[in-house]
Design a protein around this ligand. Structure first.
Ligand code: CDP
Length: 206
């Protein structure tokens, strides 16, 4: 069984996916963390993020490993843990450029498709491009202001700056951001985290 939870930037996907996965007793995988890891490694190596050839060459000589733990995914490059460095403002800024390269998307998709079922997959295109055959699909939205207020708890920047950056990222991600036709769309604006998780669990268990 595969459950996909897609949605716009900062719509609560990771917290919701973790809660759903723990309740079901299965792992969840964050595709966004792999895009973030590719971005971080490119930035640290001083690469041009617009050059997919250089990025892919670097990624194949520095393999990245995603550990899909239910309490929170972790990402490693050899024995260096990257997880805590993946949610910086500089990675936020560069990640959409990296994620637009078809070669990088294939690098992420191959790793996800190699995972043994069951799991919850979280991202932008899990229910469309990567796992179109998934049994249960959800898509999370919320207004940009509400998302910025939530993310301000995790970033040092001001709410208006975060909101502008989220809107910009949604624009850059437009190619992979459409909900699957068979996804249940949830506006999480007026909902608590527990309400979103409960709604999804009810649908999965129905
Ligand atoms: O948590 P947030 O929505 O801010 O980001 P994320 O899920 O960690 O994804 C970071 C970035 O990776 C997105 O802005 C997209 O550019 C890219 N991404 C993607 O293109 N496709 C996915 N399935 C997941 C993430």
């Amino acid at each position: 069984m595969i459950v996909t939870i897609d949605g716009v930037a900062a719509s609560g996907k990771s917290s919701v996916s973790g809660g759903v996965a723990r309740a079901l007793g299965i792992p969840y995988v964050s595709s966004g963390l792999l895009y973030r890891a590719a971005t971080l490694l490119g930035l640290d190596a001083g690469l041009d993020l617009g050059d997919p050839g250089a990025l892919l060459a670097h990624l194949s000589s520095h393999p990245v490993r995603l550990e899909p733990l239910a309490e929170g995914n972790r990402v490693w490059r050899a024995d260096r843990e990257l997880t805590d460095d993946l949610h910086s403002t500089r990675v936020d800024k560069g990640v959409s450029v990296v994620a637009a390269h078809p070669q990088v998307r294939a690098w992420v998709d191959d790793q996800l498709r190699a995972l043994p079922e069951p799991f919850v997959a979280e991202g932008r295109d899990m229910g469309t491009a990567v796992f179109p055959h998934a049994q249960h699909k959800f898509y999370l939205t919320a207004s940009a202001r509400i998302r910025a207020e939530r993310r301000a708890k995790e970033r040092p920047d001001d709410i208006p700056d975060i909101e502008a950056a989220l809107i910009r990222r949604d624009e850059l991600d437009a190619n992979q951001i459409a909900p699957a036709a068979d996804a249940q769309v949830l506006d999480t604006g007026p909902m608590t985290l527990d309400e979103v998780i409960t709604t999804i669990l009810r649908a999965v268990r129905a």
